[in-house]
Design a protein around this ligand. Structure first.
Ligand code: UDX
Length: 461
């Protein structure tokens, strides 16, 4: 009919440009969001640095280059974090503007720029063109609220427990070791903290603030953030496929920067009993020290549980060889498809650094966790895993800052076969169900995404 024809025309006019930051934990949620839009028949294009495009093998989504000024080697080519971020801002703003012009001239004008939370400058570019802008927060609502409190001077250092508890409504009582490391130790990562504070100050410029979380998971905090900014929850950004709900179109997850040893992992997992395997990964950025690596290795050995460990490019060959003597019980891989592993029935527990994606993935797939947080938002995520969602335990560090083998062993027993196991398993299944519901048709996150699309189609006031 005529009306249907018009609607289709309108639909084609909506074009969302998703601008990514080149780190695995940032690419996955942004690219997954682009895929979700595509599954809802919205045109979505991913913008990524040249280095990213050369590293991944996109075959299922549209991707276009922008430049961070380091096209050959990416981040590693930059002399410092500060220099990299500065260059990305200058060269990125210019090349993003050129890309928008290119689309505008080719009859596929961009209606909205959705950008990674580390790229606040992308909002200015969108506004120069008079188009909508939406920031994607890659941390939890809780962590975002802590950054905001800090920005408001309500978390002045040195922190004291009482002030903290009083100043952040909706948060559990937090101790110093639960804070994001950028707040606990503001001088050690000043470039990232400055970037985060800059983001917090400019959040109000956005038409939408997307949070990769779901209402049920952080309800009070999401409500509090909504009072400040146009926040909507759109997560967990994990393919519905893994949550047992088929969606139309692409079911692959994000985009991997490294080759995944998938067949090897799955074949090995297939040979293991139900819920017996400990899966160990510290994400893409945190590099753990040799000493910590060793403690974890011997803790795993003493546990007598089979384990699958993503070691990335860990270089202490001698140590790896000595650990290899563990033999059959352990499999070391440099990288895997984490969702495939977490979804496998042989996996009984996830030893994780609690990066926000890993935390959400473990929670969404109902896998109990042992938290070994390293830096950034990870300590706060670990606090929530243990005390709020009760889907795992957090390993305690000794006075030198290491999780000792005995402590890891204790945590593994607690999660796999201890007093708390039943409770943890039951919370894990509960959150798995909630996550599923949030992203399936009519769920809170799914409705939020539909509403976003509807507003783009009809023009937001
Ligand atoms: C970082 C921060 O730590 C995180 O807290 C922040 O919010 C985003 O950036 P990262 O340290 O890499 O990310 O951890 P995480 O957020 O867990 O992301 C890692 C991603 O890599 C996950 O999506 C995971 O599925 C994927 N992964 C991990 C693999 O695909 N294969 C692996 O072998 C291990």
């Amino acid at each position: 009919s005529k009306i249907w024809g018009r609607k289709k025309m309108q639909n084609q006019r909506v074009h969302v440009l998703v601008v990514t930051y080149p780190a695995q934990g940032h690419l996955n949620p942004l690219i997954q969001f682009a895929k979700r839009l595509a599954s809802k028949k919205v045109k979505a294009t991913v913008a990524a640095t040249h280095y990213t495009i050369n590293s991944i093998h996109p075959n299922s989504f549209a991707i276009e280059p922008i430049s961070d000024g380091f096209d050959e080697g990416g981040f590693k080519q930059a002399p410092s974090v500060e220099a990299y971020l500065e260059s990305f801002k200058t060269v990125g703003s210019r090349t993003l503007a050129e890309l928008i012009v290119k689309f505008n001239n080719s009859g596929e004008p961009v209606s909205c720029v959705v950008y990674d939370s580390l790229l606040s400058w992308a909002c200015d570019v969108a506004k120069e063109f008079g188009i909508h802008a939406a920031i994607m927060l890659t941390n939890s609502a809780s962590v975002c609220s802590l950054y905001w409190q800090f920005n408001q001077g309500r978390l002045a250092l040195p922190l004291d427990q009482e002030t903290l508890a009083a100043s952040v409504p909706g948060l559990p009582s937090l101790s110093f070791s639960d804070l994001p490391s950028f707040l606990a130790h503001p001088t050690s990562h000043s470039a990232y903290l400055a970037l985060i504070m800059d983001k917090i100050r400019t959040l109000g410029k956005n038409d939408w603030v997307f949070c990769n979380s779901f209402e049920e998971l952080e309800s009070e905090l999401v409500k509090a953030l909504k009072e400040l900014w146009p926040v909507i929850t759109i997560g967990p950004l994990v393919p519905s496929f893994y949550l047992d709900h088929q969606i139309e179109g692409d079911t692959s997850y994000g985009a991997s920067l490294w080759k995944q040893n998938n067949d090897q992992c799955l074949r090995w997992l297939d040979s293991k009993p139900l819920r017996s395997v400990v899966y160990v990964s510290f994400g893409s950025m945190a590099s753990i020290s040799t000493r910590q690596f060793e403690e974890i290795a011997w803790g795993l050995k003493a546990s007598n549980m089979p384990f699958l460990w993503v070691t990335k490019e860990f270089e202490d060959k001698l140590l790896l060889e000595s650990i290899d003597s563990i033999g059959e019980r352990g499999l070391f891989v440099t990288w895997c498809n984490q969702l495939d592993v977490l979804a496998h029935q042989a996996v009984g527990c996830f030893v994780t650094h609690c990066g926000w994606n890993s935390t959400l993935e473990g929670l969404s797939l109902g896998v109990p966790m042992v938290c070994v947080p390293q830096w950034s938002d990870q300590p706060t995520n670990a606090k929530f895993v243990e005390d709020v969602w009760m889907v795992g335990v957090r390993a305690k560090k000794d006075e030198e800052g290491f999780v000792r083998r005995e402590e890891l062993g204790k945590c593994l027993r607690e999660v796999m076969d201890g007093e708390k196991t039943r409770e943890i398993k039951s919370s894990a299944s509960k959150w798995r169900e909630h996550a599923k519901t949030a992203v399936s048709v009519g769920g809170s996150s799914d409705r939020n995404i539909d509403e976003f699309i509807r507003k783009l189609l009809t023009g937001k006031e």
